[in-house]
Every structure is written in C-alpha cells, then in structure tokens.
Design a binder for this molecule. Structure first.
Ligand code: ZN
Length: 157
C-alpha cells in the first residue's frame, strides 16, 4: 500500500513539475515578448548582465543563488537574446559586478545595501527600492556608459 502511495505521490510530483515548467516557459515567452515590443516601440536597446564568467568571479549568497542559476532564469535570457536578434533590437551585455549592491541614486556600493532578495536600502543616502528595479537601473546606466564611451573617446581623439 505504502509502495503504491509513494508511486502515486511521485507521479503527482512529476506531473506538478511538468506543469510548473510549462507555466514558467509560458511566463518567459510573455515577458520576453512584452519586453521586445516595448523596446521596438520606444526604439530602445536591451541590456543584460554578462554572466559568462560569473561562477568564478562572484560569490553569490546562497539565498540569491536561485535567481542566477535556475533554468527559468537562463531560459528567459535565451528567449530575450533570440527575440532581440529576430526583432533587430540591440542587445548589450554589461559587467555584472556589483549591480545588485550599488545604489542607483547615489552610486554608493556596499554589500549591506541589499537587505534581502527583494529589498534594496542604501546605507548612505537611504534610497529604498525593489532590489531588481535598483539593479536594472544600474544595468541600464552601465549600458549607456558602455555605448557612449567609444563615441566620446573617438571625439576626444
Ligand atoms: Zn544611495
């Protein structure tokens, strides 16, 4: 009896996992599609963190590890990458260092700025925001800096 129940439970779990997977995949399609539409309409580029060397370079706290290493997160990046190419939206990869612990208001960088997975609170200026929104602002600033730099240097030279 127990054996049978275990089998059923396992099957139920597998079924739920499949459902969860499809739900995440649909969500990722919707998110990347909406993002691309917005980028095309507003003629904006998209910036993502360049995570190619992240394992060696950063120590990510255990509770933050999920978001950077989950398959759903990487799938979303993949969708964004190929949809951007398909839609002709410029895509920039920026240095991911400190994006989540730097204050987008004053530029102060400190580990303690990121109170939790969701909250950001600057220890210097008191700027409070959703941690992802703050990181996104930093990523967009890095993108603009990276895009503007070659132009500025060619003008100077
Ligand atoms: Zn600040």
């Amino acid at each position: 009896m127990q054996k049978v129940n275990t089998k059923n439970a396992k099957r139920r779990l597998r079924k739920n996992a499949g459902r969860e997977r499809r739900f995440q995949q649909d969500a990722n399609h919707c998110i990347s599609k909406a993002l691309m539409k917005k980028a095309v309409v507003s003629r904006k580029a998209i910036a993502l963190e360049d995570l190619s060397g992240i394992q060696e370079r950063t120590t990510v706290r255990r509770e933050f590890r999920y978001e950077r290493h989950s398959w759903a997160f990487f799938q979303l990046r993949q969708f964004i990458t190929y949809k951007a190419a398909w839609a002709g939206v410029p895509l920039y990869l920026v240095d991911p260092r400190n994006t989540s612990r730097t204050c987008s208001a004053c530029g102060h960088c400190e580990k303690a700025n990121r109170k939790s997975q969701a909250e950001f609170l600057c220890q210097r200026c008191g700027f409070a925001a959703n941690a992802d929104s703050n990181a996104a602002l930093n990523i967009s600033r890095k993108e603009r800096a990276a895009v503007n730099r070659p132009m500025a240097s060619s003008l100077a030279g």
